[in-house]
Design a protein around this ligand. Structure first.
Ligand SMILES: Nc1ncnc2c1ncn2[C@@H]1O[C@H](COP(=O)(O)OP(=O)(O)O)[C@@H](O)[C@H]1O
Ligand SMILES: N[C@@H](CC(=O)OP(=O)(O)O)C(=O)O
Length: 455
């Protein structure tokens, strides 16, 4: 049995949905299909999830609701009419969106989740009905009915372990199960979404739950590439990579796969294949437990912007027992998670994703560090990008860091921070945001210019 997840780009229009239906029909092992909301049809387009967030905000502000609602319905109407589906389905979608608009607004996070999930939920009904209309036995299954239970953390759900046993029962269903991605239900019965891009997570949970032979993740590129194809021209395609490599690369910025999505598949040792809906014959990228890595120590280079550093200096910091713990407990008290913490003798930096910080929070943290830890200096610097080199072959290869730093220096880019992961499968660098694309290209030239084939 295979679980196939189709991303927003694979379901953005009626034409794309027809390709999806063909892919499902050509392999009878594709018994569970996880769908995203319709995504972008072209680079100027807007994803249905973003249209729904705008609608949620319009409802909360009580302004522009009709206009925002029509934009959502228009997307669904154009799809259902081109698929020649009956008018019933669009009536179902209209009343579904209306009931989401009427949902209680006492808790904003819950209301926004309720609205966001409308993209996947309605699209799963559309895909199921289209499959039926062309003679494929298929049914829409709601995550609540399937027992996909998650933590009660709006916009950031985590699956609860008991879900896997419930999901196993999907194996007993006839035909193709069409399952909406991106959300589950709390034990109290409230709808909760995963973080953005979370349909990949649903697919992985279902693959683990039904103990699939393969989790196929269909998107709009032929494979995972060694670097972001919008930054590097024609980058090498990765044929095989390990779970660890993909986890590090997706965490560090490979948007093609959600960084939390590998864990369920990895725990059950289910291979993952990233494939292209527009070229399903291609072999794609296989993500597995182990691979040969004789040719190139590096498999990929990922980068992400939007980091800031809390810099702290205190003379004799290294001698003060418990300084690190107390510093981190201030960060924890403020509900902030950190990415890296490179340290010197008398100073340390904590690297944080900017999105978590408000101006007030930043000021409070600095004030607390100065007052509670008696630091000599503490300040925040913004505008950092983190670049990560990843590869299983790295820990057995001398000189990777030297080659990387040479690539930065040849481009005249200053390195603000270096961090080697304890697993030695990754090496990350902090640099100023404005140099990030140039840095990726420099590193790519250094490690991939000979086009040593990736295995
Ligand atoms: N290293 C990479 N390899 C492949 N694609 C990448 C990489 N880094 C970024 N991407 C981007 O990820 C996109 C696919 O992810 P996404 O838009 O979330 O797809 P979907 O709509 O299928 O969920 C690709 O179009 C590509 O531009
Ligand atoms: N539609 C949701 C969930 C998702 O996974 O979408 P996509 O498969 O288009 O990345 C989002 O945009 O966040």
């Amino acid at each position: 049995m295979k679980v196939a997840k189709f991303g927003g780009s694979s379901l953005a229009s009626a034409e794309q949905i027809k390709k999806v239906a063909d892919i499902v029909a050509t392999d009878e092992d594709r018994r569970v299909v996880v769908v995203s909301a319709p995504g972008k049809r072209n680079s100027e387009d807007t994803k249905v999830t973003d249209l729904l967030i705008t609608l949620a905000e319009a409802c909360l502000e009580n302004s522009g609701v009709e206009d925002a609602k029509n934009k959502v319905l228009e997307r669904f109407r154009s799809i259902t009419s081109e698929l020649n589906l009956s008018d019933d389905i669009i009536a179902t979608i209209e009343s579904d969106i209306e009931s989401r608009i009427q949902f209680t607004k006492n808790n904003e996070g819950r209301f926004i989740d309720q609205m966001k999930a409308g993209g996947e939920d309605n699209n799963a009904k559309v895909v199921a009905q289209y499959l039926q209309s062309i003679g494929t036995v298929a049914e829409y299954v709601n995550p609540n009915d399937a027992g996909l239970f998650v933590s009660d953390t709006p916009g950031n759900a985590q699956v609860l372990n008991e879900s896997y046993d419930h999901i196993y029962k999907l194996r007993e269903r006839d035909g193709v199960v069409v399952f909406p991605g991106f959300f589950g239900y709390s034990k109290e019965g409230d709808l909760v979404t995963f973080s953005r891009g979370g349909s990949d997570i649903t697919g992985s949970i279902l693959a683990a739950g039904v103990q699939a032979d393969l989790y196929e993740n269909f998107t709009d590129v032929d494979s995972v590439f060694a670097a972001n194809p919008t930054v590097v021209d024609n980058p090498c395609a990765i044929k095989r990579m390990t779970y660890r490599e993909m986890r590090e690369l997706s965490y560090a910025g490979f948007a093609v796969f959600h960084d939390e999505a590998l864990i369920p598949a990895f725990r059950k040792k289910i291979p993952v294949c990233v494939k292209n809906t527009n070229n399903p014959q291609g072999s794609g990228t296989m993500i597995i437990s182990e691979r040969e890595y004789a040719l190139n120590p590096i498999i990929g280079i990922a980068a992400d912007k939007g980091f800031e550093t809390i810099y702290v200096r205190k003379y004799l910091m290294n001698r003060e027992v418990g300084f690190g713990r107390r510093l981190l407990s201030i960060i924890e008290d403020e509900g902030v998670s950190y990415e890296h913490m490179p340290s010197g003798i008398d100073d340390t930096s904590i690297i944080i994703e900017e999105g978590q910080m408000s101006k007030e929070k930043e000021e409070r943290i600095i004030e607390r560090i100065i007052n509670e830890l008696d630091a000599d200096d503490a300040y925040i610097e913004k505008g950092y990008a983190m670049i990560m080199l990843v590869g299983e072959g790295m820990h057995e290869t001398v000189g990777v860091a030297a080659r990387a730093t040479r690539a930065f220096s040849e481009k005249g880019i200053n390195i603000e921070m270096i961090n080697q992961g304890s697993s030695e499968v990754s090496l990350s660098f902090g640099i100023a945001e404005e140099h990030v694309d140039e840095a990726i290209r420099g590193l790519y030239e250094e490690f991939f210019s000979t086009k040593e084939v990736l295995q």
